[in-house]
Design a binder for this molecule. Structure first.
Ligand code: G16
Length: 545
Protein backbone atom coordinates (compact mmCIF):
# COMPACT_ATOMS: atom_id res chain seq x y z
CA UNK A 1 0.00 0.00 0.00
CA UNK A 2 1.28 3.45 -0.90
CA UNK A 3 0.39 6.47 1.24
CA UNK A 4 0.38 9.56 -1.00
CA UNK A 5 0.65 12.99 0.59
CA UNK A 6 -1.79 15.45 -0.94
CA UNK A 7 -3.20 18.95 -0.51
CA UNK A 8 -6.91 19.67 -0.24
CA UNK A 9 -8.88 21.37 -3.03
CA UNK A 10 -11.53 23.81 -1.86
CA UNK A 11 -14.00 23.19 -4.69
CA UNK A 12 -15.13 19.59 -4.17
CA UNK A 13 -18.60 20.32 -2.84
CA UNK A 14 -21.06 18.00 -4.63
CA UNK A 15 -23.87 19.80 -6.49
CA UNK A 16 -27.37 18.63 -7.38
CA UNK A 17 -25.96 15.25 -8.37
CA UNK A 18 -22.35 14.60 -7.40
CA UNK A 19 -19.17 16.47 -8.28
CA UNK A 20 -19.11 17.80 -11.86
CA UNK A 21 -16.24 19.78 -13.35
CA UNK A 22 -14.53 20.09 -16.69
CA UNK A 23 -12.55 17.00 -17.64
CA UNK A 24 -9.35 19.00 -17.50
CA UNK A 25 -10.15 20.11 -13.97
CA UNK A 26 -10.50 16.44 -12.99
CA UNK A 27 -7.20 15.63 -14.69
CA UNK A 28 -5.25 17.84 -12.26
CA UNK A 29 -2.80 15.86 -10.14
CA UNK A 30 -4.57 14.28 -7.12
CA UNK A 31 -7.97 15.87 -7.95
CA UNK A 32 -9.92 12.65 -8.56
CA UNK A 33 -7.92 10.74 -5.94
CA UNK A 34 -8.70 13.30 -3.22
CA UNK A 35 -12.41 13.02 -3.90
CA UNK A 36 -12.40 9.21 -4.05
CA UNK A 37 -10.50 8.99 -0.74
CA UNK A 38 -13.03 11.44 0.73
CA UNK A 39 -15.84 9.12 -0.37
CA UNK A 40 -14.12 6.13 1.26
CA UNK A 41 -13.56 8.15 4.45
CA UNK A 42 -17.09 9.54 4.62
CA UNK A 43 -19.34 6.73 3.37
CA UNK A 44 -21.45 4.88 5.91
CA UNK A 45 -19.83 1.46 6.27
CA UNK A 46 -19.58 -1.65 8.39
CA UNK A 47 -17.02 -1.65 11.22
CA UNK A 48 -14.06 -2.43 8.96
CA UNK A 49 -13.22 -1.72 5.33
CA UNK A 50 -12.69 -5.41 4.60
CA UNK A 51 -16.46 -5.87 4.80
CA UNK A 52 -17.20 -3.10 2.29
CA UNK A 53 -18.43 -3.94 -1.20
CA UNK A 54 -19.11 -1.40 -3.94
CA UNK A 55 -20.47 -1.22 -7.47
CA UNK A 56 -18.35 0.75 -9.93
CA UNK A 57 -19.09 1.97 -13.46
CA UNK A 58 -19.67 4.99 -15.61
CA UNK A 59 -21.24 6.31 -18.78
CA UNK A 60 -18.13 5.70 -20.88
CA UNK A 61 -17.22 9.33 -21.44
CA UNK A 62 -13.59 10.39 -21.90
CA UNK A 63 -11.53 9.74 -18.70
CA UNK A 64 -13.94 6.95 -17.61
CA UNK A 65 -11.38 4.21 -18.28
CA UNK A 66 -8.54 6.06 -16.53
CA UNK A 67 -10.72 6.89 -13.54
CA UNK A 68 -11.89 3.26 -13.19
CA UNK A 69 -8.28 2.06 -12.96
CA UNK A 70 -7.42 4.75 -10.39
CA UNK A 71 -10.43 3.79 -8.27
CA UNK A 72 -9.66 0.05 -8.50
CA UNK A 73 -6.14 0.65 -7.14
CA UNK A 74 -7.39 2.95 -4.40
CA UNK A 75 -10.17 0.53 -3.39
CA UNK A 76 -7.60 -2.28 -3.11
CA UNK A 77 -5.31 -0.05 -1.02
CA UNK A 78 -8.17 0.97 1.26
CA UNK A 79 -8.86 -2.68 2.04
CA UNK A 80 -12.26 -2.89 0.37
CA UNK A 81 -13.47 -6.47 0.10
CA UNK A 82 -15.32 -6.55 -3.22
CA UNK A 83 -15.81 -4.41 -6.33
CA UNK A 84 -18.53 -5.21 -8.85
CA UNK A 85 -17.67 -3.50 -12.11
CA UNK A 86 -19.66 -3.18 -15.34
CA UNK A 87 -17.81 -4.72 -18.30
CA UNK A 88 -15.30 -2.23 -19.73
CA UNK A 89 -16.21 0.08 -16.86
CA UNK A 90 -19.63 0.82 -18.37
CA UNK A 91 -22.88 1.04 -16.41
CA UNK A 92 -25.86 3.27 -17.02
CA UNK A 93 -26.86 5.09 -13.85
CA UNK A 94 -30.12 3.09 -13.54
CA UNK A 95 -28.21 -0.18 -14.02
CA UNK A 96 -25.71 0.84 -11.32
CA UNK A 97 -28.58 1.61 -8.95
CA UNK A 98 -30.11 -1.80 -9.66
CA UNK A 99 -26.83 -3.67 -9.11
CA UNK A 100 -26.24 -1.96 -5.75
CA UNK A 101 -29.65 -3.26 -4.70
CA UNK A 102 -29.30 -6.72 -6.26
CA UNK A 103 -25.84 -7.37 -4.79
CA UNK A 104 -26.71 -5.58 -1.52
CA UNK A 105 -23.45 -3.64 -1.63
CA UNK A 106 -22.62 -0.73 0.67
CA UNK A 107 -23.06 1.62 -2.24
CA UNK A 108 -21.54 2.47 -5.56
CA UNK A 109 -19.38 4.98 -7.38
CA UNK A 110 -20.83 6.28 -10.65
CA UNK A 111 -18.65 8.16 -13.12
CA UNK A 112 -20.74 10.56 -15.16
CA UNK A 113 -21.54 14.19 -15.78
CA UNK A 114 -24.92 13.02 -17.03
CA UNK A 115 -26.31 15.26 -19.78
CA UNK A 116 -23.23 17.53 -19.88
CA UNK A 117 -21.02 17.22 -22.99
CA UNK A 118 -18.00 14.91 -22.71
CA UNK A 119 -14.50 14.61 -24.15
CA UNK A 120 -11.16 16.21 -23.37
CA UNK A 121 -12.83 19.62 -23.57
CA UNK A 122 -16.11 18.52 -22.03
CA UNK A 123 -17.15 17.60 -18.51
CA UNK A 124 -16.55 14.71 -16.15
CA UNK A 125 -18.25 13.77 -12.90
CA UNK A 126 -18.36 11.36 -10.01
CA UNK A 127 -20.99 10.57 -7.42
CA UNK A 128 -21.51 8.21 -4.54
CA UNK A 129 -24.74 6.23 -4.29
CA UNK A 130 -25.81 4.70 -1.00
CA UNK A 131 -26.76 1.11 -0.20
CA UNK A 132 -30.38 1.77 -1.23
CA UNK A 133 -29.07 2.40 -4.77
CA UNK A 134 -29.87 6.11 -4.70
CA UNK A 135 -27.74 9.26 -4.77
CA UNK A 136 -26.27 9.87 -1.32
CA UNK A 137 -28.36 12.05 0.96
CA UNK A 138 -27.20 15.58 1.79
CA UNK A 139 -25.68 14.68 5.16
CA UNK A 140 -23.39 12.19 3.39
CA UNK A 141 -22.39 14.53 0.55
CA UNK A 142 -21.71 17.22 3.17
CA UNK A 143 -19.45 14.80 5.02
CA UNK A 144 -17.62 13.92 1.76
CA UNK A 145 -17.08 17.63 1.22
CA UNK A 146 -15.75 18.11 4.76
CA UNK A 147 -13.36 15.20 4.26
CA UNK A 148 -12.17 16.73 0.97
CA UNK A 149 -11.40 20.03 2.73
CA UNK A 150 -9.26 18.32 5.35
CA UNK A 151 -7.57 15.58 3.35
CA UNK A 152 -3.80 15.22 3.69
CA UNK A 153 -3.22 11.75 2.22
CA UNK A 154 -4.79 9.03 0.10
CA UNK A 155 -4.02 5.35 -0.38
CA UNK A 156 -3.23 3.43 -3.55
CA UNK A 157 -1.18 0.48 -4.76
CA UNK A 158 1.40 0.14 -7.47
CA UNK A 159 -0.15 -2.22 -10.01
CA UNK A 160 -0.62 -2.71 -13.75
CA UNK A 161 -3.87 -1.92 -15.45
CA UNK A 162 -6.62 -4.34 -14.37
CA UNK A 163 -8.49 -6.33 -17.04
CA UNK A 164 -12.06 -4.99 -16.90
CA UNK A 165 -13.15 -6.58 -20.16
CA UNK A 166 -13.24 -10.29 -19.30
CA UNK A 167 -16.37 -11.33 -17.40
CA UNK A 168 -15.73 -13.18 -14.12
CA UNK A 169 -13.86 -12.89 -10.85
CA UNK A 170 -10.23 -12.04 -10.03
CA UNK A 171 -8.49 -10.77 -6.93
CA UNK A 172 -6.20 -7.81 -6.41
CA UNK A 173 -4.37 -7.23 -3.15
CA UNK A 174 -6.97 -9.41 -1.37
CA UNK A 175 -9.92 -7.55 -2.97
CA UNK A 176 -12.34 -9.52 -5.15
CA UNK A 177 -13.14 -7.91 -8.48
CA UNK A 178 -16.16 -9.17 -10.37
CA UNK A 179 -16.66 -8.00 -13.94
CA UNK A 180 -20.32 -8.34 -14.88
CA UNK A 181 -22.40 -7.88 -18.01
CA UNK A 182 -23.61 -4.27 -17.99
CA UNK A 183 -27.02 -4.95 -19.53
CA UNK A 184 -28.45 -8.34 -18.52
CA UNK A 185 -29.69 -7.74 -14.94
CA UNK A 186 -31.28 -4.50 -16.07
CA UNK A 187 -33.05 -6.02 -19.07
CA UNK A 188 -34.36 -8.87 -16.88
CA UNK A 189 -35.93 -6.36 -14.48
CA UNK A 190 -37.54 -4.47 -17.38
CA UNK A 191 -39.12 -7.69 -18.66
CA UNK A 192 -40.63 -8.23 -15.20
CA UNK A 193 -42.13 -4.72 -14.97
CA UNK A 194 -43.54 -4.46 -18.49
CA UNK A 195 -45.57 -6.84 -20.63
CA UNK A 196 -43.02 -7.61 -23.34
CA UNK A 197 -45.33 -10.01 -25.18
CA UNK A 198 -48.06 -7.36 -25.38
CA UNK A 199 -45.56 -4.82 -26.76
CA UNK A 200 -44.32 -7.42 -29.29
CA UNK A 201 -47.89 -8.09 -30.37
CA UNK A 202 -48.42 -4.36 -30.88
CA UNK A 203 -45.25 -4.16 -32.98
CA UNK A 204 -46.56 -6.99 -35.14
CA UNK A 205 -50.28 -6.09 -35.32
CA UNK A 206 -50.76 -2.41 -34.41
CA UNK A 207 -47.79 -1.01 -36.33
CA UNK A 208 -46.25 0.18 -33.07
CA UNK A 209 -42.88 1.65 -33.99
CA UNK A 210 -40.10 3.37 -32.09
CA UNK A 211 -37.30 5.73 -32.98
CA UNK A 212 -34.85 5.90 -30.06
CA UNK A 213 -31.94 8.36 -29.97
CA UNK A 214 -29.13 7.05 -27.75
CA UNK A 215 -27.16 10.26 -28.43
CA UNK A 216 -23.91 8.24 -28.75
CA UNK A 217 -24.11 7.74 -25.01
CA UNK A 218 -24.45 4.80 -22.62
CA UNK A 219 -27.92 3.54 -23.59
CA UNK A 220 -26.98 2.24 -27.08
CA UNK A 221 -26.27 -1.34 -25.92
CA UNK A 222 -29.28 -1.34 -23.56
CA UNK A 223 -31.56 -0.12 -26.35
CA UNK A 224 -30.30 -2.68 -28.85
CA UNK A 225 -30.78 -5.55 -26.42
CA UNK A 226 -34.21 -4.53 -25.13
CA UNK A 227 -35.89 -2.70 -28.02
CA UNK A 228 -34.39 -4.65 -30.93
CA UNK A 229 -33.44 -8.15 -29.69
CA UNK A 230 -36.23 -8.64 -27.18
CA UNK A 231 -39.11 -6.54 -28.50
CA UNK A 232 -38.53 -6.66 -32.23
CA UNK A 233 -38.31 -2.95 -33.02
CA UNK A 234 -36.41 -1.95 -36.15
CA UNK A 235 -32.64 -1.74 -35.57
CA UNK A 236 -32.21 1.14 -38.02
CA UNK A 237 -34.46 3.30 -35.86
CA UNK A 238 -32.12 3.08 -32.88
CA UNK A 239 -30.07 6.11 -33.86
CA UNK A 240 -26.69 7.33 -32.55
CA UNK A 241 -26.49 3.91 -30.93
CA UNK A 242 -22.72 3.55 -30.73
CA UNK A 243 -21.37 4.94 -27.45
CA UNK A 244 -18.50 7.38 -28.03
CA UNK A 245 -16.18 8.97 -25.49
CA UNK A 246 -17.17 12.46 -26.62
CA UNK A 247 -20.77 11.56 -27.56
CA UNK A 248 -19.83 12.29 -31.16
CA UNK A 249 -19.23 15.93 -30.23
CA UNK A 250 -22.91 16.28 -29.30
CA UNK A 251 -24.63 17.43 -26.15
CA UNK A 252 -26.23 14.27 -24.71
CA UNK A 253 -29.22 16.07 -23.23
CA UNK A 254 -32.53 14.62 -24.43
CA UNK A 255 -34.46 17.77 -25.19
CA UNK A 256 -35.82 19.28 -28.39
CA UNK A 257 -32.74 21.47 -28.88
CA UNK A 258 -30.13 18.73 -28.58
CA UNK A 259 -31.88 15.63 -29.98
CA UNK A 260 -32.38 17.40 -33.27
CA UNK A 261 -32.17 14.39 -35.58
CA UNK A 262 -34.91 12.64 -33.63
CA UNK A 263 -37.09 15.74 -33.41
CA UNK A 264 -36.80 16.37 -37.16
CA UNK A 265 -37.77 12.76 -37.83
CA UNK A 266 -40.80 12.92 -35.55
CA UNK A 267 -41.99 16.26 -36.96
CA UNK A 268 -41.56 15.18 -40.59
CA UNK A 269 -44.01 12.84 -42.27
CA UNK A 270 -42.53 9.78 -40.54
CA UNK A 271 -44.92 7.04 -39.56
CA UNK A 272 -43.15 6.37 -36.26
CA UNK A 273 -45.45 6.04 -33.24
CA UNK A 274 -43.04 6.98 -30.46
CA UNK A 275 -39.85 9.04 -30.52
CA UNK A 276 -37.62 8.93 -27.45
CA UNK A 277 -34.14 9.87 -26.33
CA UNK A 278 -32.00 9.35 -23.28
CA UNK A 279 -28.97 11.19 -21.93
CA UNK A 280 -25.26 10.58 -21.27
CA UNK A 281 -25.78 8.14 -18.39
CA UNK A 282 -29.23 6.83 -19.34
CA UNK A 283 -31.37 8.25 -16.55
CA UNK A 284 -33.18 11.03 -18.43
CA UNK A 285 -35.79 10.63 -21.16
CA UNK A 286 -37.68 12.68 -23.72
CA UNK A 287 -40.99 11.44 -25.13
CA UNK A 288 -42.36 12.52 -28.51
CA UNK A 289 -45.35 11.48 -30.57
CA UNK A 290 -45.78 12.27 -34.25
CA UNK A 291 -45.18 16.04 -34.33
CA UNK A 292 -45.98 16.18 -30.63
CA UNK A 293 -43.75 16.89 -27.60
CA UNK A 294 -44.72 15.56 -24.18
CA UNK A 295 -43.44 17.75 -21.35
CA UNK A 296 -41.72 15.67 -18.65
CA UNK A 297 -44.29 16.98 -16.16
CA UNK A 298 -47.17 15.74 -18.32
CA UNK A 299 -45.38 12.45 -18.88
CA UNK A 300 -45.25 11.92 -15.11
CA UNK A 301 -48.93 12.80 -14.75
CA UNK A 302 -49.99 10.43 -17.56
CA UNK A 303 -47.96 7.66 -15.95
CA UNK A 304 -49.57 8.27 -12.57
CA UNK A 305 -53.04 8.19 -14.12
CA UNK A 306 -52.38 4.90 -15.90
CA UNK A 307 -49.94 3.05 -13.69
CA UNK A 308 -52.44 0.44 -12.54
CA UNK A 309 -52.65 -0.95 -16.07
CA UNK A 310 -48.91 -1.69 -16.22
CA UNK A 311 -47.86 -5.23 -15.30
CA UNK A 312 -45.35 -4.38 -12.57
CA UNK A 313 -47.67 -1.94 -10.82
CA UNK A 314 -51.08 -3.60 -10.79
CA UNK A 315 -51.10 -3.67 -7.00
CA UNK A 316 -51.63 0.08 -7.02
CA UNK A 317 -49.79 3.27 -6.23
CA UNK A 318 -48.69 4.32 -2.74
CA UNK A 319 -48.20 7.96 -3.73
CA UNK A 320 -46.30 10.25 -6.09
CA UNK A 321 -43.63 12.90 -5.72
CA UNK A 322 -42.34 15.64 -7.97
CA UNK A 323 -39.64 18.23 -7.55
CA UNK A 324 -40.93 21.69 -6.68
CA UNK A 325 -40.35 23.28 -10.13
CA UNK A 326 -42.06 20.35 -11.91
CA UNK A 327 -45.59 21.28 -12.97
CA UNK A 328 -48.38 20.26 -10.63
CA UNK A 329 -50.07 18.11 -13.28
CA UNK A 330 -49.35 14.97 -11.28
CA UNK A 331 -50.89 16.53 -8.15
CA UNK A 332 -54.20 16.80 -10.00
CA UNK A 333 -54.09 13.06 -10.76
CA UNK A 334 -53.27 12.25 -7.14
CA UNK A 335 -56.08 14.47 -5.82
CA UNK A 336 -58.64 13.00 -8.23
CA UNK A 337 -57.62 9.43 -7.46
CA UNK A 338 -57.05 9.89 -3.77
CA UNK A 339 -53.42 9.07 -3.26
CA UNK A 340 -50.77 11.19 -1.52
CA UNK A 341 -48.49 13.56 -3.41
CA UNK A 342 -45.26 15.17 -2.26
CA UNK A 343 -43.27 18.20 -3.37
CA UNK A 344 -39.50 17.87 -2.91
CA UNK A 345 -36.51 20.06 -3.80
CA UNK A 346 -34.76 19.51 -7.15
CA UNK A 347 -32.52 16.43 -7.03
CA UNK A 348 -33.34 12.75 -7.23
CA UNK A 349 -31.75 12.19 -3.82
CA UNK A 350 -34.80 13.76 -2.18
CA UNK A 351 -37.05 10.95 -3.44
CA UNK A 352 -34.93 8.26 -1.75
CA UNK A 353 -36.50 8.40 1.72
CA UNK A 354 -40.04 8.54 0.33
CA UNK A 355 -39.38 5.49 -1.86
CA UNK A 356 -37.64 3.57 0.93
CA UNK A 357 -40.53 4.29 3.30
CA UNK A 358 -43.01 3.14 0.63
CA UNK A 359 -44.74 6.51 0.68
CA UNK A 360 -44.47 6.80 -3.10
CA UNK A 361 -44.35 4.44 -6.08
CA UNK A 362 -43.67 6.98 -8.81
CA UNK A 363 -41.69 10.21 -9.01
CA UNK A 364 -40.38 12.64 -11.56
CA UNK A 365 -38.91 15.99 -12.44
CA UNK A 366 -39.26 18.62 -15.11
CA UNK A 367 -35.61 17.99 -16.02
CA UNK A 368 -36.60 14.99 -18.14
CA UNK A 369 -36.49 12.45 -15.33
CA UNK A 370 -39.11 9.87 -14.36
CA UNK A 371 -38.78 6.73 -12.30
CA UNK A 372 -40.40 4.42 -9.80
CA UNK A 373 -39.68 2.26 -6.79
CA UNK A 374 -37.95 -0.36 -9.00
CA UNK A 375 -34.59 1.37 -8.38
CA UNK A 376 -33.47 4.60 -6.71
CA UNK A 377 -32.51 6.62 -9.79
CA UNK A 378 -34.55 8.08 -12.60
CA UNK A 379 -34.61 5.74 -15.54
CA UNK A 380 -34.67 6.64 -19.24
CA UNK A 381 -35.25 3.23 -20.87
CA UNK A 382 -37.85 2.39 -18.21
CA UNK A 383 -39.81 5.54 -19.15
CA UNK A 384 -39.73 4.62 -22.84
CA UNK A 385 -40.95 1.11 -22.03
CA UNK A 386 -43.74 2.57 -19.90
CA UNK A 387 -44.96 4.63 -22.85
CA UNK A 388 -44.60 1.72 -25.29
CA UNK A 389 -46.61 -0.52 -22.99
CA UNK A 390 -49.26 2.16 -22.50
CA UNK A 391 -49.62 2.73 -26.24
CA UNK A 392 -49.91 -1.03 -26.75
CA UNK A 393 -52.67 -1.22 -24.11
CA UNK A 394 -54.64 1.81 -25.30
CA UNK A 395 -53.95 1.46 -29.01
CA UNK A 396 -53.89 5.26 -29.20
CA UNK A 397 -51.27 7.73 -30.40
CA UNK A 398 -49.10 9.65 -27.94
CA UNK A 399 -50.99 12.82 -28.81
CA UNK A 400 -54.38 11.19 -28.20
CA UNK A 401 -53.25 9.86 -24.83
CA UNK A 402 -52.00 13.26 -23.67
CA UNK A 403 -54.95 15.23 -25.04
CA UNK A 404 -57.43 12.85 -23.39
CA UNK A 405 -55.50 13.37 -20.18
CA UNK A 406 -55.84 17.16 -20.47
CA UNK A 407 -59.58 16.81 -21.12
CA UNK A 408 -59.92 14.94 -17.87
CA UNK A 409 -57.50 16.76 -15.58
CA UNK A 410 -56.86 20.14 -17.25
CA UNK A 411 -53.59 21.29 -18.83
CA UNK A 412 -50.54 22.77 -17.16
CA UNK A 413 -48.87 24.90 -19.83
CA UNK A 414 -45.21 24.73 -18.95
CA UNK A 415 -41.75 25.91 -20.01
CA UNK A 416 -38.30 26.36 -18.53
CA UNK A 417 -36.10 29.28 -19.60
CA UNK A 418 -32.37 28.88 -18.95
CA UNK A 419 -29.82 31.69 -18.88
CA UNK A 420 -26.48 29.90 -19.07
CA UNK A 421 -22.92 30.84 -18.11
CA UNK A 422 -23.86 34.00 -16.23
CA UNK A 423 -21.03 35.39 -14.14
CA UNK A 424 -21.44 33.59 -10.77
CA UNK A 425 -21.28 36.75 -8.65
CA UNK A 426 -23.88 38.49 -10.81
CA UNK A 427 -26.15 35.45 -10.56
CA UNK A 428 -25.77 35.29 -6.77
CA UNK A 429 -26.51 39.01 -6.43
CA UNK A 430 -29.55 38.72 -8.69
CA UNK A 431 -30.85 35.90 -6.58
CA UNK A 432 -30.23 37.62 -3.26
CA UNK A 433 -31.96 40.83 -4.43
CA UNK A 434 -34.88 38.78 -5.67
CA UNK A 435 -35.16 37.02 -2.34
CA UNK A 436 -35.36 40.37 -0.53
CA UNK A 437 -37.86 41.79 -3.00
CA UNK A 438 -40.23 38.83 -2.98
CA UNK A 439 -42.41 39.59 0.09
CA UNK A 440 -43.14 43.10 -1.23
CA UNK A 441 -44.68 41.64 -4.38
CA UNK A 442 -47.67 40.10 -2.64
CA UNK A 443 -50.89 41.58 -3.99
CA UNK A 444 -49.19 43.39 -6.88
CA UNK A 445 -50.82 43.18 -10.34
CA UNK A 446 -48.44 42.82 -13.28
CA UNK A 447 -49.42 42.32 -16.92
CA UNK A 448 -52.97 41.76 -15.74
CA UNK A 449 -52.03 38.97 -13.34
CA UNK A 450 -52.20 39.29 -9.56
CA UNK A 451 -49.40 37.93 -7.40
CA UNK A 452 -51.03 36.04 -4.53
CA UNK A 453 -48.12 34.46 -2.69
CA UNK A 454 -44.32 34.34 -2.67
CA UNK A 455 -42.23 31.58 -1.09
CA UNK A 456 -38.57 30.84 -0.42
CA UNK A 457 -38.92 27.08 -0.74
CA UNK A 458 -37.60 24.77 1.96
CA UNK A 459 -38.33 21.09 2.53
CA UNK A 460 -38.80 19.15 5.72
CA UNK A 461 -38.24 15.50 4.86
CA UNK A 462 -41.27 13.65 6.29
CA UNK A 463 -39.17 10.53 6.94
CA UNK A 464 -35.91 11.64 8.56
CA UNK A 465 -37.10 15.18 9.44
CA UNK A 466 -34.03 16.79 7.84
CA UNK A 467 -34.53 20.36 6.65
CA UNK A 468 -33.27 21.58 3.26
CA UNK A 469 -33.44 25.34 2.84
CA UNK A 470 -32.89 27.79 -0.06
CA UNK A 471 -34.35 25.44 -2.65
CA UNK A 472 -35.81 28.05 -5.01
CA UNK A 473 -38.11 31.08 -5.08
CA UNK A 474 -41.79 30.76 -6.00
CA UNK A 475 -44.20 33.45 -7.17
CA UNK A 476 -47.80 32.31 -7.27
CA UNK A 477 -50.35 34.21 -9.37
CA UNK A 478 -54.07 34.26 -9.97
CA UNK A 479 -55.94 32.34 -11.24
CA UNK A 480 -53.49 29.43 -11.03
CA UNK A 481 -49.96 30.08 -12.24
CA UNK A 482 -46.41 29.95 -10.92
CA UNK A 483 -43.05 31.50 -11.71
CA UNK A 484 -40.06 29.78 -10.09
CA UNK A 485 -36.42 30.83 -9.97
CA UNK A 486 -33.47 28.54 -9.19
CA UNK A 487 -29.76 28.43 -9.79
CA UNK A 488 -28.72 25.14 -11.37
CA UNK A 489 -26.50 22.81 -9.36
CA UNK A 490 -25.15 20.80 -12.31
CA UNK A 491 -23.38 23.31 -14.54
CA UNK A 492 -19.60 23.62 -14.71
CA UNK A 493 -19.17 27.10 -16.18
CA UNK A 494 -20.42 30.21 -14.36
CA UNK A 495 -24.01 30.01 -13.14
CA UNK A 496 -27.19 28.91 -14.89
CA UNK A 497 -30.37 30.72 -13.91
CA UNK A 498 -33.46 28.61 -14.45
CA UNK A 499 -36.91 30.19 -14.68
CA UNK A 500 -39.88 27.84 -14.68
CA UNK A 501 -43.26 29.02 -15.94
CA UNK A 502 -46.53 27.21 -15.32
CA UNK A 503 -50.12 28.14 -16.13
CA UNK A 504 -53.06 25.86 -15.35
CA UNK A 505 -56.00 25.84 -17.75
CA UNK A 506 -59.27 23.91 -17.51
CA UNK A 507 -61.36 25.65 -20.19
CA UNK A 508 -61.88 22.94 -22.79
CA UNK A 509 -61.63 25.54 -25.58
CA UNK A 510 -58.17 26.53 -24.44
CA UNK A 511 -56.42 23.21 -24.07
CA UNK A 512 -54.66 23.17 -27.43
CA UNK A 513 -53.13 26.63 -27.61
CA UNK A 514 -49.52 27.56 -28.28
CA UNK A 515 -47.39 27.21 -25.13
CA UNK A 516 -45.23 30.28 -25.85
CA UNK A 517 -48.30 32.46 -26.29
CA UNK A 518 -49.97 31.11 -23.18
CA UNK A 519 -46.86 31.77 -21.09
CA UNK A 520 -45.86 35.10 -22.60
CA UNK A 521 -47.31 37.25 -19.81
CA UNK A 522 -45.63 35.14 -17.14
CA UNK A 523 -42.31 35.31 -19.00
CA UNK A 524 -42.51 39.12 -19.06
CA UNK A 525 -43.28 39.26 -15.35
CA UNK A 526 -40.39 36.89 -14.60
CA UNK A 527 -37.91 39.05 -16.50
CA UNK A 528 -39.12 42.32 -14.98
CA UNK A 529 -39.28 41.11 -11.38
CA UNK A 530 -35.74 39.73 -11.47
CA UNK A 531 -34.40 42.65 -13.45
CA UNK A 532 -32.71 40.17 -15.75
CA UNK A 533 -31.89 42.39 -18.68
CA UNK A 534 -30.11 45.10 -16.74
CA UNK A 535 -28.35 42.76 -14.30
CA UNK A 536 -27.12 40.19 -16.81
CA UNK A 537 -27.21 42.02 -20.13
CA UNK A 538 -29.23 39.12 -21.55
CA UNK A 539 -32.26 39.88 -23.66
CA UNK A 540 -33.46 36.30 -24.07
CA UNK A 541 -32.86 32.85 -22.56
CA UNK A 542 -30.19 30.61 -24.09
CA UNK A 543 -32.34 27.49 -23.98
CA UNK A 544 -36.09 27.00 -23.68
CA UNK A 545 -37.30 23.50 -22.84
C1 G16 B 1 -29.58 16.03 -12.03
C2 G16 B 1 -30.38 15.54 -10.86
C3 G16 B 1 -31.83 15.86 -11.06
C4 G16 B 1 -32.01 17.35 -11.32
C5 G16 B 1 -31.16 17.75 -12.51
C6 G16 B 1 -31.16 19.23 -12.80
O1 G16 B 1 -29.91 15.28 -13.17
O2 G16 B 1 -30.22 14.15 -10.70
O3 G16 B 1 -32.53 15.47 -9.92
O4 G16 B 1 -33.34 17.64 -11.59
O5 G16 B 1 -29.82 17.40 -12.27
O6 G16 B 1 -30.54 19.91 -11.76
P1 G16 B 1 -30.18 21.44 -11.86
O7 G16 B 1 -31.46 22.13 -12.20
O8 G16 B 1 -29.65 21.77 -10.50
O9 G16 B 1 -29.17 21.61 -12.97
P2 G16 B 1 -28.79 14.56 -14.02
O10 G16 B 1 -29.53 13.83 -15.08
O11 G16 B 1 -27.93 15.67 -14.52
O12 G16 B 1 -28.08 13.68 -13.04
Amino acid sequence: MIRVTTTAFDDQKPGTSGLRKTTQHFQQTHYLENFVQSIFNAMPKPSTMDKVSLVLGGDGRFYNKTAIQIIIRMAAANGISRLIIGQDGILSTPAASLLIRNYKTDGGIILSASHNPGGQNGDFGIKFNSSNGGPAAEHITNEIYQQSLNITEYFTIDHDEQDIHTLGETTLNGMTIEIIDSVSAYSTLMSQLFDFSQIKQAVAHQNLSLCFDAMHAVTGPYANEIFVNQLGFEKDLIINAIPLEDFGGGHPDPNQAHAKLLVDKMYSESGTTLGAASDGDGDRNMILGKGFFVTPSDSLAVMAANINSIKGYTSGIAGVARSMPTSRAVDKVAQANNFPHYETPTGWKFFGNLLDANKITLCGEESFGTGSNHIREKDGIWAVLFWLNLIAIKNQSVEEIVKNHWEKYGRHYYARHDYEEIDSTIAQNLFESLKELLPSLNGKVMHGQKITKTTDFSYLDPVDKSLSENQGLIIQLEPDARIIYRLSGTGTKGATLRIYLEYFETDKNNLNNDTTEMLNGLAQIAIEVANIESLTGRTSPDVIT
